[in-house]
Design a binder for this molecule. Structure first.
Ligand code: PHB
Length: 395
């Protein structure tokens, strides 16, 4: 690892504090570090098709901090917010800005898998602790895994795999997948294929358009000719709103299913077009536990809208950070204590209990949901405590 970013700052800092200690005996470098606020970079989309996703993650992170009395492990927290616009080409430079210019101690980010790739390049080198509160890019907890990178959301494979399992088990023979042509879309399509084929179904085709385009008509026109019993899909945010409306308006008879993002945080805008759509996700409406009830009430009070999976993932990113920091007694440089505690964390999430896989991806239940009366009603658990395969990870 090269001595850039945080490592370099840390070295200079230790040198300076050693000199200070020699002269005055107090305070030590660690004590100085403790007194400084913890700088948390929130690199998220605050504009574009995923803007509401970024906002909900932010609200929920702030909520957890408020619940902790405004401090984590005794340290004040200072947020540095950066709108990544869900633009992969800006990912590396934006992440560098946070690490080098702003000197953040932690990055919580981001939503878009392509942007996450840019963050990953930067933080793998700098060693900056990074918690992914959404982006599901599978490689980041498989062959590109890193000891300083954790994910509290999902891998793109997880919910889509479960959706394929659910269809296969009920005897669906043939299905295709429609999505944006980027990591989240194609990796979820691969998960869906694996789940379906492992349960007796056949994956027919992958239909794509460019992210974040919403001209769905040419793809919708192909569906009747595919000869499939179901269409699976990954879209999210503003794109999902449009897709579900266009699908209903086209009068297509083939049932539409998907990774749960298709109907997550979007139901008010989708209206009747979403009625009856089944999806698979690690969250849903009607999860009956005390944590979820308290979380939803607090989120509604803060954000003036209902909580969704993005809020849950942001909240749990902050919960995971708190667990690590508390074990390290506020000293983010104590990587041994920090990472060990995060790896072993058992988090009481609004979605149910979650843990971390050895590759630092979340292990969680995946639910089948059905849109009923404007809610993603949980119908059943498709797979309990599903872990991503995590293949090729060497920490
Ligand atoms: C992703 O790019 O990984 C992504 C974006 C939005 C979602 C889910 C995954 O809702």
């Amino acid at each position: 690892m090269t001595m850039t970013g945080r490592k370099l700052n840390r070295r200079a800092f230790i040198k300076a504090s050693a000199a200070a200690t020699a002269a005055t005996a107090v305070p030590t470098g660690w004590a100085i570090a403790q007194a400084k606020p913890l700088k948390v970079g929130l690199m998220l989309p605050y504009s574009g098709t995923f803007a509401q996703l970024g906002e909900n993650i932010t609200f929920a992170v702030e909520m957890l901090l408020a619940e902790k009395g405004g401090k984590l492990a005794g340290r004040e927290v200072q947020f540095v917010k950066l709108d990544d616009e869900s633009k992969p080409e800006l990912g590396p430079q934006n992440a560098e800005r946070l690490v080098k210019r702003d000197g953040v101690d932690v990055i919580i980010g981001t939503v878009h898998s392509g942007v996450q790739m840019g963050i990953h390049k930067v933080v793998k080198e700098s060693g900056t602790l990074t918690i992914m509160p959404n982006a599901g890019n599978v490689a980041l907890t498989r062959e590109l895994c890193a000891k300083n990178v954790f994910r509290t959301s999902f891998s793109n494979w997880q919910p889509a795999y479960a959706m394929g399992v659910a269809l296969g088990k009920r005897g669906v023979k043939k299905a295709s997948w429609i999505t944006w042509d980027y990591a989240a879309g194609t990796e979820s399509g691969e998960g869906f294929k694996q789940g379906l084929e492992a349960n007796g179904g056949q994956f027919v085709s992958l239909l794509t358009l460019k992210f974040p385009e919403t001209n769905f008509q040419p793809l919708l026109a192909q569906i009747p000719g595919l000869g499939v019993d179901a269409i699976g899909s990954f879209f999210a945010g503003g794109g999902a709103v449009q897709f579900v409306k266009d699908y209903a308006a086209a009068g297509i008879k083939v049932p539409l299913v998907g990774s749960g993002f298709l109907t997550e945080g979007t139901l008010a805008a989708q209206g009747a077009a979403a009625d009856g759509i089944e999806t698979a996700l690690h969250y849903g409406d009607g999860i009956d536990n005390a944590k979820n009830k308290a979380f939803r009430a607090a989120f509604k009070a803060k954000a003036n809208r209902e909580a969704d999976v993005y809020a849950v993932q942001g909240y749990d990113a902050a919960q995971l950070l708190a667990v690590g920091l508390e074990a390290a007694k506020g000293n983010i440089e104590d990587e041994k204590a920090l990472y060990a505690a995060m790896e072993q964390a058992k988090i009481d999430s609004p979605r149910g209990s979650i843990t971390m896989s050895p590759q630092h991806n979340v292990i969680q239940d995946i639910y089948l949901r059905k849109v009923t009366n404007g809610e993603n009603k949980v119908v059943s658990t498709i797979v309990s405590q599903l872990a991503d395969p995590g293949t090729g990870c060497k920490m």
